[in-house]
Ligand binder design. Structure first.
Ligand code: DAH
Length: 334
């Protein structure tokens, strides 16, 4: 029977070779049990250490310790190697020729797209974006816009009022007032935004929709500037063949006022030659007075149009409700 010393030396050299020979988790586990298990050779030799002669104890103890470290590190090393090899095999099994998993790409809502298109055209000719609050007061939505207290637009039937007397703005014309109250001419702004009306919802009406307002104030601005700007805009938006027509109309905040119709052969207008698209006019002197501008010195034009209406015309959409249902089958077409 070999001495304890011989056994320890043998263990120290044999164990690493045995661990290296293990090629899968099961055989590795078998080798681990053989050396490190409760009945394994290492604990067994450790036990024998207790009955060694006192004179040999220190030398044998040191040797036993070295054997233990050798066995344990051989095991850890082999375990790591096998795990890494496994990961490598997984990667090798990954089939790079399989089709990838589609991640649907999002896009801007058609109303946002339309708004950005309109705004970009005006930015090219020097207009800057202005914004105002959706919750407004009567001053900015009506009074300052020369809209008298008995005007039907102010009716409870048409405007959504809050309990405190404020209201949800019914038009983006409010932004004109806010900008003029805080800035001096010259002013050239384009104001896209959400507006609210107490409307029955149907194919062409929504209680919440979007408008784009424009305002240009300086010295010597004329109706010719208004017409030139609008004609340029609609040709840019709807194509170079587009014709525009100005019909006299009434808005409280402009004088004279017009409705703009357009005609474009490129768009299917359902047999109609002219389609109404925007309101506009020369800013009423009373509006200038309300914001503290001198109407003798400054003139200007303003205009407003509905974003939904433009998007519907551009894309041939016949029901406004489609914009708000967020059905991706509809939305992914734009
Ligand atoms: N505020 C009008 C509306 O809601 C649109 C409009 C018309 C705006 C004429 C204007 C304007 O600035 O001059 O229908």
């Amino acid at each position: 029977m070999p001495s304890l010393e011989e056994q320890l030396v043998a263990l120290k050299s044999q164990a690493p070779a045995d661990f290296t020979a293990a090629t899968d988790p099961d055989s590795l586990e078998a080798v681990r049990v053989k050396y490190l298990g409760r009945q394994g050779s290492l604990p067994d030799l450790m036990k024998q250490l207790g009955s060694a002669l006192p004179a040999d104890r220190a030398r044998l103890g040191k040797l036993a310790n070295e054997a233990k470290i050798a066995v344990q590190s051989a095991f850890e090393q082999r375990k790591d190697d096998l795990e890494n090899a496994n990961a490598g095999a997984d990667a090798a099994r990954f089939d790079t020729t399989l089709p990838g998993r589609m991640r649907p790409v999002g896009r801007l809502h058609p109303l946002t797209q339309t708004m950005e298109r309109v705004v970009a055209i005006f930015q090219r000719i020097g207009f800057t974006i202005a914004e105002g609050p959706e919750i407004e007061d009567e001053w900015h939505c009506f009074d300052a816009l020369n809209t008298p207290g008995d005007h039907p637009a102010r009716d409870l039937q048409d405007t959504l009022y809050l309990k405190d007397g404020r209201l949800l703005r019914t038009q983006t014309s409010t932004v004109q007032i806010r900008v003029m109250e805080t800035h001096k001419p010259p002013i050239r702004i384009i104001a896209p935004g959400r507006v609210f009306r107490r409307d029955e919802v149907d194919a062409t009406h929504s209680a919440c929709f979007h408008q784009i307002e424009g305002l240009y104030v300086a010295e010597g601005v004329s109706v010719a500037d208004l017409k030139g700007t609008m004609e340029f805009f609609f040709r840019e938006l709807l194509g170079p063949e587009t014709k525009t027509r100005f019909r006299p109309h009434f808005f409280p905040y402009t004088e004279p006022s017009f409705e703009i119709d357009f005609s474009a052969t490129s768009l299917g207008l359902k047999g109609r030659k002219w389609l109404e698209i925007a309101g506009c006019g020369m800013v009423d002197p009373n509006v200038f007075k309300a914001v503290g501008y001198d109407p003798e010195k400054f003139t200007g034009f303003a205009f407003g149009m509905g974003v939904e209406r433009i998007a519907m015309i551009l894309h041939g959409i016949d029901d406004i409700r489609l914009f708000y249902e967020n059905d991706v089958r509809f939305l992914h077409q734009f």
